[in-house]
Ligand binder design. Structure first.
Ligand SMILES: Cc1cc2nc3c(=O)[nH]c(=O)nc-3n(C[C@H](O)[C@H](O)[C@H](O)COP(=O)(O)OP(=O)(O)OC[C@H]3O[C@@H](n4cnc5c(N)ncnc54)[C@H](O)[C@@H]3O)c2cc1C
Length: 290
């Protein structure tokens, strides 16, 4: 991609015409993906893009991102290589690209409690903060002390109370790029933490399908799961192309092998339309569509 060839001067790895980064395993190629491994590489990349007048998107593990079939004619900064965890007793500084399951495993090894409910969410810390991910009554906001965010070339330290955390929302997406976060856990009994993590894993296996998906497709409507309405609309098992509404959990759209992003969206939009028609409920996508 000639327009983006200036990116070769970066210290970070850059891959041109990169395949989709969506965990739904569909979507077109991306003009260029930059993989910074530390904050200096990230600052350098953002600075160069700004000087070139080139916009960019952020993707980490892509477990909540659908990339359209036409792909992204531009730049993505992928934050999943921003690795590193520093532990000081029960306080951890975690770089944005570390995965939640890895962090939860470390917490278990050290007898630290607070991440049990979140231990199987397949995203990174940065993605988790952007989405305020939650499960089994715990949200990531509960354990965050502060987040370091790259805003206009400067790193700002934002306390959790100023992150505007709410259901599937924080101010991160509007503010900038998370570099890392300070997490405070509490001392716990290792056996009890292990037991609880196992119970949450089993509960997930029992209620959620194991195939390729982006987790919940839609946000809850008030206090009610979107899956409840999709199920009541009789849409479990419905298929468009390679995309299918799970029979196990109606809020999950599965890629049965060859789904396109258009299949996902056609099916999602149909479910939304039926739920609106039958219950006068307007479902909102939880999944980010790029
Ligand atoms: C099988 C499965 C189960 C799931 N279960 C749950 C669940 O129980 N609860 C739940 O809440 N979610 C769940 N999810 C959804 C998803 O895993 C979470 O939303 C997760 O937090 C996304 O993390 P990610 O690293 O994959 O982010 P991505 O999907 O890559 O990105 C998500 C959003 O965050 C932004 N973002 C990512 N990193 C940064 C950063 N460093 N700085 C600024 N913005 C950033 C992106 O721009 C994008 O808008 C599930 C998904 C799957 C596939």
């Amino acid at each position: 991609m000639d327009r983006l060839s200036f990116l070769t001067e970066l210290d970070s790895k850059v891959v041109f015409s990169h395949p989709s980064l969506s965990a739904f395993r569909c979507g077109g190629n991306i003009g260029a993906v930059i993989f910074p491994t530390d904050k200096w590489e990230l600052i350098q990349a953002v600075d160069l893009l700004k000087r070139a007048g080139e916009n960019y998107k952020i993707i980490a593990n892509g477990t909540n991102v659908l990339i359209k079939d036409e792909g992204i004619d531009g730049v993505v900064i992928c934050t999943k290589e921003l690795k590193g965890i520093e532990c000081n007793e029960n306080v951890l500084y975690v770089n944005a690209g570390e995965s939640l399951p890895k962090l939860a495993k470390l917490a278990l090894e050290r007898g630290l409690s607070g991440l049990e409910g979140l231990c199987s969410i397949p995203g990174t810390i940065g993605g988790g903060i952007a989405m305020n991910c939650s499960a089994y009554g715990r949200q990531i906001a509960d354990v965050i002390e502060y987040v370091d965010i790259l805003v206009d070339g400067e790193i700002e330290r934002i306390k959790a109370c100023n992150m505007d955390f709410s259901y599937r929302h924080s101010c991160l997406k509007e503010r900038g790029i998370a570099i890392g976060a300070c997490i405070e856990l509490s001392r716990g009994n290792r056996n009890i933490i292990a037991r609880d993590m196992m119970a949450y894993r089993l509960a997930r296996q029992k209620s959620q399908p194991s195939g390729i998906s982006l987790g919940s497709t839609f946000k809850k409507a008030g206090e009610v799961s979107a899956g409840y309405y999709i199920d009541k609309a009789g849409l479990k098992g419905m298929k468009i192309g390679g995309a299918k509404i799970s029979e196990k959990h109606a809020n999950f759209i599965l890629n049965t092998g060859n789904a396109t992003a258009s299949d996902f969206l056609e099916l999602g939009n149909y479910a939304r339309q039926e739920v609106d028609k039958l219950f006068d409920i307007k479902l909102q996508y939880e999944v980010d569509i790029f």
